[in-house]
Design a protein around this ligand. Structure first.
Ligand code: IPD
Length: 304
């Protein structure tokens, strides 16, 4: 199976590189940015462009041609469905975001990527994330490590991280625009700034944020409100780089011997919290994840 997935990974990288050309070209010609721009769910901060739809359609066609038995879940296809829900089974399924960072794409900020994961038994086994503007390709396979443009990740792991007060943390404000929820998101950021973290950053692409955690130049990333297609490929890439990816809370009834950094994550639950590889090891990762969890203000959110 491993060998088969290695071949699938190679083909996926090729397909993603090719569709990257379409995204790059559209990005460079975005002076017409308002044509074909749609607002999702009546929320002016949640955008979709013609390019998102086109790229998703092409990825779907190309992947189906090569792997006819694999199922497909894409951000835009799900958005157009009646239920707006993902039906994720145990069967091999592509989970895809054609452009993660659509708002950046619209504004011409080059922090965008195509994110493609192959998920089997609800767990990502292959992840490919490509920023065609900066020409950075992150990819990985379960049990085989993860890479940035051919270099093994993490690139940096020896910076000590004894406490949150030494950390650089990424998060996103997300798409929530009701004042109560925004207050909770800001309260979390306040808690973290006062922890006191060295830096709190927000760049507009959940998948690329997580790739920085995998690279080791950002210590942690968290967000509530993300979708499975934002984090599926990235969680594989972070884990294969020795990082940990968990939810906001410990899953119920989990054996108490399982370390926090080894908790399973349900990619449909719309919470994510991750930490980079630490030379201090898993206990230190777990300790810092617990510290971070104490700062997070949770709010109810419908699963994907
Ligand atoms: C969004 C981006 C954003 C994050 C949202 C995501 P999209 O994805 O990753 O940074 O805050 O939660 O949904 O809409 O650009 O594909």
């Amino acid at each position: 199976m491993d060998d088969e997935y290695s071949k699938v990974l190679d083909k996926t990288k090729e397909i993603v590189l090719n569709v990257g050309e379409i995204v790059k070209e559209a990005f460079e010609q975005r002076e017409n940015k308002l044509s074909g721009l749609e607002i999702k769910e009546n929320n002016s901060s949640n955008l979709v462009t013609e390019t998102d739809k086109k790229v998703e359609r092409i990825l779907n066609e190309k992947l189906k041609e090569l792997f006819p038995n694999y199922l497909f879940v894409g951000e835009e296809t799900t958005g157009e469905s009646k239920t707006n829900k993902i039906n994720l089974t145990d069967k091999p399924t592509w989970v895809i975001d054609p452009i993660d960072g659509t708002t950046n794409f619209v504004h011409g900020f080059p922090y965008i990527c195509i994110s493609v994961a192959l998920v089997v038994n609800k767990e990502p086994v292959i992840g490919v994330i490509y920023n065609p503007i900066l020409n950075n390709m992150y990819y990985g396979q379960k049990g085989k490590g993860s890479f940035l443009n051919g270099k093994s990740l993490p690139l940096y792991k020896n910076n000590p991280l004894n406490s949150l007060s030494q950390s650089s943390i990424m998060t996103e404000y997300g798409y929530h625009r009701d004042p109560e929820t925004v207050d909770k998101i800001l309260k979390t950021i306040r808690n973290i700034v006062l922890s006191p973290a060295q830096a709190v950053r927000s760049m507009g692409s959940a998948a690329l944020n997580m790739c920085h955690v995998a690279t080791g130049n950002i210590d942690c990333y968290y967000e509530i409100g993300i979708h499975a297609w934002d984090i599926a490929a990235a969680s594989l890439i972070v884990k294969e780089a020795g990082g940990a990816v968990v939810g906001y809370k410990r899953p119920e009834n989990l054996n108490k011997d399982i370390l926090v950094c080894d908790e399973p994550i349900d990619i449909l639950k719309r919470h994510v919290l991750c930490i980079r590889c630490l030379s201090e090891g898993k206990n230190q990762q777990s300790k810092l994840l617990c510290e971070l969890r104490e700062k997070l203000i949770d709010f109810p959110i419908e699963s994907d």
